[in-house]
Design a protein around this ligand. Structure first.
Ligand code: DGJ
Length: 740
């Protein structure tokens, strides 16, 4: 059991081969934090790791000495108002209007495994002994509010998962105003903070800034986790890089408004907090009621950012994603969105599908425009009935025809939305989020359905179930194309409007759960105008997500590199699209478009019939290559080799678990004249094995040590050997590495 309880010193020590996390019950009954970091040998007393001081202006409890001040102590789940002056993890309003709580240790439980979180996505275990859970029960004596802090430490991964559960065991009406999922106080501020920022079509750009005095944060108040900031932050030591050094990664398993914050106080203590954003959040807790926060995951790595990412990848790929598709290589797909947008009919769709089938593509996905009267983006959301003028036999007949071609069929929905010009809106105008007496703010001409209301979720669920049960649908793309405004539910009283954002996300999760239960073999891909909800919460239901609406291969280098900080390759939808690219108008070579997309859930998003014979042959070879290597590409260990944020090149590779096979991708953005010789150091290979390395049909033998320490040459091919467009700007190559 990697959780020890030392009764005499009242200390908990959670440890595994990688990390230690030590908690102490303090004199006032609160939980103090003694240590977070690399594994320590267990012992009875780590009390010396908690420094104390009597400092000017510090308040302390009346019955304790001045050296005991919450302002000076590192804590597990801090509250504001009785000494600690930093942003708190919890605020609960009682009947007297005060938000102060005084959570005092009552008892604890330690057990094998990990309980589910009611209505929420969370990491899980499958076998006995994979993880151990510590639950610490605390109670606020005045209100009777009980708080259970959940900690699960995984046996072999450098991972600690946390969440908090509240139960109103008293007789007062309480209102939760802030309830973080995780709070960690670190004793020094020698860190840089890495976050993922962006906007539509440029998601998850990597930003690294030194930690500074005060609070620094990423957040979303958009209703979804957003394109703009991802629910993740990492603190890295300044000397940590891809391959070495200490990094702490924090990720929130949630898809709605969030806050991920690092505050540095005047004594250089860093408090990291992750949870639902307290802004626009409140939750009524009547006597007997309870509230569960989302889960936050902490990863400790002493092998740099690469080690942190691989821990997240393994955890999220194998113990967060679930179901039939979790461990299965993903079908190579073709999506008609960039090929036709809204303008298609059955004949056109079948023509595209047929052309794709000839090249080996396995799944056809019909995107937006198949329902209601949807000839542009102004109408019909909510009317999930096929448009018979485009598809005379409906979805049933089209799906069967696609299956007859020998392909699987997939379908697009945007379940959470409604157009004003729709049957649904005309019948239920009150089902759209809006504030009585105020105007509405459309975005992409559409409005958000009130998914905090179970009857709305049920109605949409019924419509979707009908389509999915009548037609042979093997894949669903679940889109969501706007941020939320006028967030107000007509089903809740005035004093509970603070619950709407969170109840909305619970409604989204409930519908995902219903559909994945009912159709366990359908592959779900989440999407929000590309990667606007690429978060761990949705990975629990949909094992892959459309990474970005930006499909240009060069742009995708940064997007996929940044996304890989947290999310596994198998989760990143990545398609080859047409040139000039529809988002940035770039003419990226077909080879490079595919070489980037291979490191993802691979597909095409163009009319392949419009390509030349030579290009179609190239696509055929790409599809065959992907089928041969997709197990390795999607499920291998992923190493980032060259950083597109800091230079003109990018590189990454996937390595099999036994280290006998790898596929390497090398990408050079611009070609310059008279370029220097360049090499790229590989990672993750066995230094003593001899590998055959094949690049563009030529192969050579090298030991793993040479490939990792001297590197693979990237210059001879790129700069001197070849000419023509493929070795000019936007050049790339793949190397297949196999042990002899
Ligand atoms: C946004 C998605 O990201 C696109 O891939 C496409 O499905 C459109 N929506 C359709 O409206």
């Amino acid at each position: 059991m990697p959780v020890f309880w030392h009764e005499n010193t009242k200390q908990f020590h959670l440890l595994n081969p990688h990390l230690s996390y030590i908690i102490q019950v303090l004199e006032n009954g609160h939980l103090g934090q003694l240590y977070v970091g690399k594994r320590l040998n267990d012992r009875e007393d780590f009390g010396q790791l908690q420094e104390r001081a009597s400092r000017s202006f510090s308040a302390y409890p009346e019955n304790l000495d001045p050296y005991f001040s919450l302002e000076q102590l590192r804590q597990e789940y801090p509250c504001y108002g009785s000494g600690d002056m930093r942003y708190p993890a919890v605020e609960v309003e009682g009947e007297n209007g005060s938000t102060l709580t005084d959570f005092v240790y009552l008892s604890h439980k330690i057990f094998d495994g990990k309980p589910c979180l009611e209505g929420l996505p969370a990491t899980y275990t499958e076998q006995q002994g994979e993880a151990t859970t510590l639950q610490i029960l605390l109670r606020d004596p005045l209100t009777g509010l009980e708080l259970t802090l959940n900690y699960t430490i995984f046996e072999t991964l450098p991972v600690l998962a946390r969440s908090a559960y509240f139960h109103n065991g008293g007789s007062q009406r309480l209102v939760l105003q802030n309830a973080m999922s995780l709070s960690v106080d670190l004793p020094d501020k020698e860190y840089e903070m890495l976050t993922l920022y962006g906007a539509w079509a440029k998601e998850r750009m990597v930003q690294i800034t030194p930690l500074q005095m005060g609070a620094q944060e990423v957040y979303s108040l958009r209703g979804g986790s957003s394109h703009h900031m991802n629910p993740f932050l990492a603190l890295k030591r300044p000397d940590a890089n891809e391959t070495q050094g200490e990094v702490l990664g924090f990720s929130l398993v949630y898809s709605g408004n969030f806050l991920a914050q690092a505050q540095v106080d005047g004594f250089d203590v860093v408090r990291v907090m992750l949870g639902i954003h307290p802004e626009h959040f409140s939750w009524e807790l009547l006597p007997g009621a309870h509230f569960q926060t989302p889960e936050a995951v902490m990863v400790y790595s002493d092998t740099g950012l690469g080690g942190m990412s691989r821990a997240f990848h393994t955890l999220y790929r194998t113990r967060l994603a679930r179901g039939y598709w979790r461990d299965r290589p993903r079908p190579v797909l073709i999506n008609n969105w960039e090929a036709t947008y809204f303008h298609f009919n059955e004949e056109k769709i079948l023509e595209i599908a047929k052309g794709a089938k000839e090249l080996g593509i396995e799944l056809f996905v019909l995107d937006d425009g198949w329902f209601g009267k949807r000839d542009d983006d102004t109408t019909s959301l909510g009317d999930w009935y096929p448009d018979l003028s485009k598809l005379p036999g409906g979805i049933v007949s089209l799906a069967k025809k696609i299956e007859d071609l020998g392909m699987k069929f997939g379908l697009w929905f945007e379940p959470e939305m409604v157009s004003k010009d729709s049957r649904l809106y005309r019948e239920h105008p009150d089902w759209a989020l809006s504030i009585p007496g105020r105007g509405m703010s459309p975005s992409r001409h559409q409005h958000v359905l009130d998914f905090s209301r179970p009857e709305v979720v049920d109605y949409i669920g019924d419509l979707m179930e009908k389509v999915l049960s009548q037609a042979p649908v093997s894949y669903v793309k679940w889109d969501m194309n706007r941020s939320m405004t006028e967030v107000y539910s007509r089903a809740l009283p005035a004093h509970r409007q603070g619950e709407v954002f969170h109840r909305y996300i619970l409604g989204v999760y409930a519908l995902y759960q219903r559909l994945t239960d009912r159709f366990p073999q359908i592959l779900f891909e989440s999407c929000s105008g590309g990667g606007g909800r690429f978060d761990p919460g949705l990975l629990y239901y949909a094992p892959q997500c459309w990474t970005s609406d930006n499909t240009d291969g060069v742009e995708r280098l940064k997007i996929q590199y940044g996304t890989s900080m947290v999310y596994p390759v198998s989760s990143m939808g990545a398609h080859v699209s047409a040139v000039p690219n529809h988002q940035v108008h770039r003419m990226t070579p077909l080879s490079t478009r595919a070489n980037v997309a291979f490191f993802g859930a691979f597909g095409y998003e163009l009319d392949l019939n419009l390509l030349s014979q030579q290009e179609r042959q190239q696509v055929k070879e790409q599809v065959a290559f992907m089928k041969e290597y997709r197990q390795l590409l999607q499920f291998g260990d992923f190493y980032r080799l060259k950083n597109p944020f800091t230079g003109n090149e990018a590189g990454w590779m996937a390595v099999s678990a036994d280290r006998r096979q790898a596929v390497v991708g090398y990408y050079r953005v611009l070609r310059h004249s008279n370029m220097p010789f360049t090499r790229m150091k590989l990672q993750g290979l066995d230094p003593s094995l001899c590998y055959r390395v094949t690049v563009e049909g030529e192969s050579s033998l090298h030991y793993g040590d040479e490939l990792m320490y001297a590197g693979l040459s990237t210059s001879d091919r790129a700069a001197s050997k070849r000419d023509g467009r493929e070795s000019g700007d936007f050049y790339s190559f793949l190397a297949v590495v196999k042990a002899e």
